[in-house]
Design a protein around this ligand. Structure first.
Ligand code: NAD
Ligand code: UD1
Length: 337
């Protein structure tokens, strides 16, 4: 059996996916430039699985570095997580986002072509549903974006569609994640954002830890049951297992396919806060502030396509997601170092 190359494999979702692949028996090669993660994640995944992954500190811009990885290892498939992901930053630094995400992916695809590697599982996002589609989101709805980060996902999906037309033996599986949260239940791996978190659950975790004073809830006047924004939160280990299912699918089928990875259920900001309070046994100080620019009221998946075609379904509920996030936060108050 050849190996799988996991780009961005020391990051939040990638590191959990590596655990799932190692547990499933795949030989794993990780490539990451460590711009938003720590190499300690590799040691943690080995602790969890008692299996070793091979690590390369390499950037997707470094074509020769990537060729070396393909020379050293027979790579059957690439699971492509590497990329920048902060929406607000992408508005400030569009060139950095297009360069890193799009140009980096093109170079990776060129090296894959040189080495006749024809299977990619790509980290897409629910952000490709834009702001016009009704919920629940279905995979055949039109895609669009409202910021450079979102456009990189829409464009990379298009690039992969085009490659599949040009090369009938290529297989591209795009996974559109909803809102991944939680951590490995050992408390050894989790989300490790730099600086002040932008996303809800890492922010709440820092408030629970006492590092941030209070949560600011961005609006309670949305047309939702309690007025706060509704999202489809999905446990990162469920998501990780979705990648194993997607790879198995990609190895059996050619062509382009996109799948939603979500639970199919929406939870409000207040639902999340209450679940987190239960997990940590403290109350979370909070205040209602203005809506955040660019936010939508409700986002959740129609999760039936992944269930039918990948035989994948999210198993964990919000209480478990928050309990696992809190365990990781308590055990690693400064994140991984
Ligand atoms: P993350 O930042 O934790 O992981 C991304 C990893 O890629 C990091 O370890 C970073 O160091 C690495 N990286 C970035 N640019 C690179 C480059 N040019 N070369 C090599 N490595 C590089 O983020 P994550 O939350 O694990 O997200 C993984 C993927 O999933 C990203 O593509 C992201 O856009 C996508 N995604 C994430 C979410 C989310 O909410 N976390 C939602 C939808 C989609
Ligand atoms: C964000 C990204 C989106 C990405 C998704 C998954 C933005 C504008 N959008 O979406 O592109 O696909 O993450 O990674 O960044 N909230 C608060 N207070 C906070 C933080 C968040 O009230 O301090 C609310 C938000 O208004 C929202 C919900 O919590 O209703 C979830 O927010 P967040 O975790 O940032 O995710 P998304 O907005 O869904």
């Amino acid at each position: 059996m050849g190996k799988i190359l996991v780009t961005g494999g020391t990051g939040f979702i990638g590191s959990h996916a590596c655990v799932a692949f190692l547990n499933a028996g795949y030989p794993v090669v990780i490539m990451d430039n460590l711009s938003n993660s720590k190499v300690e994640a590799v040691a943690r995944m080995e602790l969890i699985t008692s299996k070793q992954a091979r690590f390369y500190q390499t950037d997707t811009q470094d074509v020769d570095g990537m060729r070396q990885i393909f020379e050293d290892n027979k790579i059957d498939a690439v699971i492509h997580f590497a990329g920048l992901k902060a929406v607000g930053e992408s508005v400030q630094k569009p060139l950095a986002y297009y360069e890193n995400n799009i140009s980096g992916t093109l170079k990776l695809l060129q090296v894959m072509e040189e080495y006749h590697c024809e299977t990619m599982v790509f980290s897409s996002s629910a952000t490709v549903y834009g702001c016009e589609n009704p919920v629940p989101y279905l995979e055949d709805m039109p895609t669009s974006a409202t910021n450079p980060y979102g456009y990189t996902k829409v464009m990379i999906e298009q690039i992969l569609r085009d490659i599949c037309v040009a090369n009938p033996s290529f297989s591209a599986v795009c996974l559109r994640y909803f809102n991944p949260i939680g951590a490995h239940e050992s408390g050894l791996l989790g989300e490790n954002p730099n600086g002040i978190p932008n996303n809800l659950v890492p922010y709440v975790a820092q408030v629970a830890l006492g590092k941030l004073e209070k949560l600011r809830i961005f609006g309670n006047d949305y047309d939702t049951p309690d007025g706060t924004g509704v999202r489809d939160y999905v446990h990162v280990m469920d998501l990780a297992l979705g990648h194993v299912a997607a790879l198995e699918y990609g190895q059996k089928h050619t062509g382009f396919e996109a799948f939603n990875l979500g639970t199919g259920n929406g939870s409000s900001v207040l639902d999340v806060v209450h679940a987190y309070e239960k997990a940590c046994g403290k109350s979370i100080p909070m205040e209602i502030v203005e809506r955040r620019a660019g936010d939508i009221a409700i986002s959740y998946a129609d999760a039936s396509k992944a269930k039918e075609m990948l035989h994948w379904e999210a198993a964990s509920d919000l209480d478990k997601m928050c309990a696992d996030s809190w365990r990781f936060t308590l055990q690693n108050p400064k994140g991984l170092s």
